[in-house]
Design a protein around this ligand. Structure first.
Ligand code: FE
Length: 178
């Protein structure tokens, strides 16, 4: 059989083998970037800060969400126990400890163990960023003293409470679990 690159397109046919055992359902959420519609799907995190959960991986300890911030200033100082991948969609933000800026269309990687302080600068009315976060945030004082912690389980709990309170229900949030 010729390698895939040499086969004609007519051979593009879907998999028709046996049912796959143990493979989780895929997950599709339409229009997650429509920031005005479906307002009740945005979970309040602190005044003028919301997140929209996309996926909770309880088996691998990571979560994916879109963070939406409508204020300027310091959001939090935190240490990561795992890697973070971010795609900035709107506005801009940075960490006080680093000289790079997250700007619309940019990708950024935050290494496990880093401690940094997230600031949204004056003049940014709305910041929107998609985050893939593994492990936990440990919120810290300037000297590194821990003051709080967040992980996929606390995020799930916060989202579940919100979705129950607005009438969407806990089933919705559990549909995002893999
Ligand atoms: Fe971070």
């Amino acid at each position: 059989m010729p390698p895939p690159s040499e086969r004609p397109l007519a051979e593009a046919v879907p998999y028709s083998g046996p049912l796959l055992t143990g493979v989780a359902n895929d997950l599709v959420i339409p229009s997650v970037l429509n920031l005005e519609e479906e307002e009740k799907y945005w979970v309040p995190q602190q005044p003028n800060v919301w997140f929209r959960p996309l996926l909770f991986s309880l088996s691998q300890g990571y979560w994916v969400n879109i963070l939406r911030v409508r204020k300027s200033g310091i959001l939090s100082r935190h240490r990561h126990s795992g890697p973070v991948h971010a795609a900035t969609l709107k506005g801009r933000w940075h960490y006080l400890e680093h000289d790079w800026w997250a700007t619309p269309g940019s990708y950024s990687y935050e290494p496990p163990g880093d401690i940094h302080t997230l600031e949204v600068p004056e003049g940014v009315e709305e910041m929107v960023t998609l985050f893939h976060v593994t492990g936990s945030y440990t919120y810290v004082e300037p000297d590194g003293t821990p003051v709080g912690v967040e992980d996929v389980f606390t995020q799930l709990e916060t989202a579940k409470a919100h979705y129950e309170s607005v009438g969407i229900g806990a089933d919705y949030v559990m549909s995002l679990v893999r």
